[in-house]
Design a protein. Structure first.
Length: 358
């Protein structure tokens, strides 16, 4: 038994090393796996209606393609226009802060932030100018290397192909994986797999829909108020809502500053707070109970820690993977905690037969 444990640990370590080694080529396969996972339940339902698996997958694949293409065509031009407007307004906004806000802070607190703000102002403007030329710089670098261009296009072209074939054989792959497990581990692994599937589906489908709905509510509300960059602020606030309360804090802070700078009236801040308050009301009374419930089971502190730890360890990819991985870890920890509570280590009065029966 101990030898089997060592073999399993060495195999897991080698597998981890292998995936870390090929990390640069994993992204299209990761995106394809997520898309296939999201589309599999719909394909199963169509299959239950009497359609063949290939036809069901083709319809789901067509639907996913249409959603992605329409989203890119509708949202990206609007966001690009607002980002361009923000780039033009940023120097004026910084001048206003330096001429109006900093003197008030100095008068009320006696603290002079002029030197620090000058450094921050130069850094922001320099980085913003660099950001504005990222596309041109990237295009120039890519055009200098035909191999890099071919690799980029190849990875992009792989996503729809891999997604289609994964979606087509998803149930077969799951069945083969379950059938390859050691028979004494199969019941426990199937139970853990089912619980992890519930958690991941709640996150990937439920949480993403919640974020999208909040982004739309914030963007529409701020745009109706006549706020500049309302679409940009609303969508970013919806994305930031992946961390509890972060979307509201960031959204109210940025939108309130922009609204006051644009209208010069304190009452507009109440309207901005009303937009985000309405979004929170819809989230707590409709979206969370209907789409998530208590399936994820992550405490807000655990969510914040997971996102920060993922970003620190693996950068942006770690931020994207933090919550799904944390949710699966919580499922495993609950399973281990249940076994611990039913073991003789926790209760010395329990017999080995009782432990085996649980």
């Amino acid at each position: 038994m101990r030898r089997q444990g060592w073999v399993l640990a060495v195999t897991a370590a080698l597998g981890l090393w292998f995936f870390i080694s090929i990390e640069p080529v994993l992204m299209p396969f990761f995106i394809s796996a997520v898309l296939a996972y999201l589309g599999d339940p719909l394909a199963d339902r169509l299959e239950e209606k009497g359609l063949s698996r290939r036809l069901s997958v083709s319809l789901v694949f067509l639907l996913l393609t249409l959603v992605i293409v329409l989203t890119l065509l509708l949202v990206i031009p609007l966001l690009g226009r607002q980002i361009g407007q923000l780039a033009q307004l940023l120097p004026t906004a910084l001048d206003w802060v330096q001429a109006t806000v900093l003197p008030e802070i100095r008068r009320l607190t006696g603290i002079d932030l002029g030197t620090d703000f000058d450094q921050l102002r130069r850094a922001l403007l320099d980085n913003w100018r660099e950001t504005g030329t990222v596309a041109a710089t990237l295009l120039a670098k890519v055009s200098q290397s035909g191999l890099a261009l071919a690799a980029w296009v190849g990875n992009l072209a792989l996503i729809p192909v891999v997604t289609f074939y994964l979606l087509l054989d998803w149930d077969v792959l799951v069945a083969k994986l379950r059938g390859s497990l050691p028979r004494q581990w199969e019941p426990a692994a199937a139970r853990l797999g089912g619980e992890c599937d519930e958690v991941l589906s709640a996150f990937l489908r439920g949480q993403l829909i919640v974020m999208l709905c909040l982004g739309v509510i914030y963007a529409v509300g701020l745009t109706l108020l006549g706020l500049k960059f309302g679409l940009l602020i609303g969508l970013l606030s919806g994305l930031a809502s992946i961390v509890p309360y972060l979307g509201v804090i960031v959204g109210i802070g940025v939108a309130g500053l922009v609204a006051f700078f644009q209208f010069g009236d304190w009452l507009i801040l109440l309207a901005v707070a009303g937009v985000f308050g309405f979004g929170q009301l819809v989230e707590s009374t409709v979206l969370q109970p209907k789409l998530l419930g208590d399936k994820i089971g992550l405490h807000p502190v655990a969510v914040i820690f997971a996102v920060l730890a993922g970003g620190q360890l693996f950068g942006f990819t770690g931020i994207l993977l933090a919550l799904p991985v944390a949710a699966v870890v919580m499922v495993v920890l609950r399973y281990l905690h249940e076994h611990y509570k039913n073991s003789t280590l926790y209760d010395a009065g329990r017999s080995p037969q009782d432990e085996e029966s649980t």
